[in-house]
Design a protein around this ligand. Structure first.
Ligand code: G3D
Ligand code: MG
Length: 214
């Protein structure tokens, strides 16, 4: 079902494919499970080494957003299936573990891999969020300023600390990514701005600032 609002076609239900990548054990699966709560689906495990999860967001009165989250599920090494995994992704989360410096260094490898295999229809890179997970743990190996410089330098749309364990900044970070994807699709301009759920996340979530105080 489609309706015309102004010049753009408005789709009341929008599906986005989002890929979650990063080194093993940084918390990708825990993050996805936390985000989708009890609706985690393991449709393809053991087949192509990918788990899918579906998150349905009521974005506004008139707009539903479905996120198909692709969890790399133990296939984090660069293998033949990565191109399939990346195919048609519209958004990306690259995660590292704040207590593991190496996982932070490797995010650059992941970013370059995504950028080499994925792009939006206009040729620009797909929006990519950098998540610094396990912020509930005390012994950090990665400095806040270092992440701040890094995310800007390498064209991430934003970054924040998260804790999949404690549920910190999980929804907010994904909402930020969805908003950027919606903008790329030209969808946000067509939705009534008085909708409660459309309020910008800006005042609550500033990706360039440290957002998890734990
Ligand atoms: P992966 O999917 O990236 O490989 P997992 O990572 O989600 O499997 O998580 C790897 C381990 O890190 C798990 O521990 C998980 O509980 C833990 N973990 C994930 N997120 C967090 C977090 O935010 N904080 C803390 N403290 N731990 C986290 P186990 O011991 O089960 O292997
Ligand atoms: Mg996993």
């Amino acid at each position: 079902m489609e309706a015309m609002y102004g010049e753009t076609t408005f789709k009341p239900e929008k599906l986005f494919k989002v890929i979650i990548i990063g080194d093993p054990t940084v918390g990708k699966t825990s993050f996805v499970q936390r985000y989708v709560q009890n609706s985690y689906k393991k449709d393809y495990k053991g087949t192509v080494g990918v788990d899918f999860a579906l998150k349905i967001l009521k974005w506004s009165e008139t707009q539903t957003v479905k996120l198909q989250l692709w969890d790399i599920a133990g296939q984090e090494r660069f293998t033949w299936m990565t191109r399939v995994y990346y195919k048609d992704a519209q958004g990306c989360v690259i995660m590292f573990d704040l207590t593991n410096k190496n996982s932070f260094s490797n995010t650059l490898k992941w970013k370059r891999d995504v950028d080499s295999k994925c792009s939006l229809p206009d040729g620009s890179p797909i929006p990519c969020m950098l998540l610094a997970n396990k912020c509930d743990l005390p012994h950090r190996q990665v400095d806040h300023m270092e992440i701040e410089t890094f995310y800007k330098e390498h064209n991430f749309i934003g970054w924040t600390e998260t804790s999949a364990k404690e549920g910190l900044m999980v929804n907010d970070s994904m909402r930020f990514l969805v908003e950027v994807m919606m903008r790329h699709e030209g969808l946000l301009g067509n939705i009534s701005l008085d909708s409660e759920s459309l309020k910008l996340t800006g005042p609550v979530f500033q990706p360039s600032k440290r957002s998890c105080f734990c």
